[in-house]
Design a protein around this ligand. Structure first.
Ligand code: KG4
Ligand code: ZN
Length: 359
């Protein structure tokens, strides 16, 4: 029987200070021995978004305690772990530095291997914490900073099929919530209030819906929400109608673009069973899940979501990516530094800015 690997994971790329201890199990998934997440919602609430300096200060204040708590809860001591993983990018440099340095220090003094994890790879592999999944699969990664369709061929092997050319989907949810004064963090608030409104009340744009393959765009939709929000004068019912119409428009965009991404995936990869994994903070959205479940029935593919506990930022997914890399001998030297920009597919064209040709 091969040894089951145990890892400590640390995550500080944005506004969650997180640490986790997980261990491989005989089902090919992970036993979560601890998964501690300290969210900074109250710090950033009054600003309606993440303030990098405040986030960094909060990470600094909390990280020792959170790591200690994760180890205590796991009932594992440092001599019993096989390695340490910490997020090395992408994200806010001031925030990443704190978790990465703590991770490297723990690895150094406990003389354990270290893995600097790509946060996006953490999300990409996260459903594997609970569900055994083999490669390849199509990934829809929807978070606060990224929105992408990728073929996940193996650990460390990604091919980007499409991406947002402007805002990330989580960002569009957060800005909509801010414009409608629905609360913070934005995504869950828009989801909650959209249930109270009429989803067909506003006709909102679906940018680049009939062009640019499975690339996406949300800036025009956001501008339309801003325009309509100014006309409704804080009227509660109309706010809910606008939130519902926004959610409905997102669903229509994702339905169409995911369909295109699946066709592209099937042309590139020969598999018996087509699988779509939806990961990242926005994957917690129930309406998006229902919508993609309908598409899976129409197109006959399997769709897998992480448990909502593992959709938003957490360190269990970082530890898991660490274990997966460790098993392929992909560890890092302790002089690894943060990478604020770190695409999963380094060969993919940069899709933002003027001069973009969408075909
Ligand atoms: O993956 P994540 O925790 O952090 C990043 O890596 O960015 O994603 C955070 C994003 C935020 O924009 C948040 O508003 C959004 O995920 N989000 C949601 C929901 N829960 C979190 N968006 C829509 N519906 C939700 N239920
Ligand atoms: Zn994330």
């Amino acid at each position: 029987m091969t040894k089951k690997i145990t890892f400590l994971g640390i995550e500080t790329s944005c506004d969650e200070t997180a640490a986790a201890v997980i261990k491989e199990n005989s089902r090919g998934t992970a036993d979560i021995l601890s998964n501690i997440v300290s969210s900074q919602i109250s710090e950033h609430k009054k600003f309606g978004g993440v303030v990098p300096e405040l986030a960094a200060r909060a990470h600094l204040e909390n990280i020792d305690y959170i790591v200690k708590k994760a180890l205590e809860k796991s009932k594992i001591n440092l001599s019993q772990i096989d390695g340490v993983a910490a997020t090395a990018g992408p994200g806010l440099t001031v925030c990443l530095t704190i978790g990465l340095n703590i991770g490297k220090s723990i690895a150094a003094f406990s003389e354990k291997p270290f893995v600097g994890v790509n946060h996006l790879e953490g999300h990409a592999l996260s459903p594997g914490l609970e569900t055994p999944i083999d490669f390849p699969y199509l990934l829809l990664l929807i978070s606060g900073g990224h929105t992408q369709y990728l073929i996940v061929k193996d650990v460390g092997k990604y091919e980007q099929l499409g991406t947002t050319i402007d805002d990330a989907l989580g960002e569009a949810f957060d800005k909509t919530s801010k414009m409608l004064n629905l609360g913070y963090p934005g995504g869950p608030c828009v989801e909650k209030f959209s249930k109270l409104g009429n989803k067909n009340f506003f006709k909102l744009p679906e940018p680049i819906i009939n062009k640019a393959g499975c690339n996406l765009s949300f800036a025009g939709l956001k501008t339309a929400v801003l325009r309509e929000s100014k006309k409704i004068n804080d009227n509660e019912k109309m706010k809910y109608n606008l939130a519902a119409s926004f959610q409905n428009t997102i669903n229509k965009i994702l339905y169409k673009k995911t369909k295109i991404a699946l066709e592209m995936f099937k042309k590139k990869v020969q598999v018996k069973e087509v699988k779509l994994i939806v990961a990242g903070g926005v994957a917690a959205n129930k309406s998006i899940r229902d919508n993609l479940n309908n598409l899976s029935k129409e197109m006959n593919f399997k769709v897998i979501y992480p448990n909502t506990e593992f959709c938003g930022d957490n360190a269990a997914m970082i530890a898991w990516a660490g274990i997966k890399r460790f098993k392929k001998d992909l560890f890092d030297d302790l002089d690894i530094s943060v990478k604020s920009r770190w695409p999963l597919d380094e060969t993919a064209p940069f899709m933002k800015g003027p001069g973009l040709r969408l075909g």
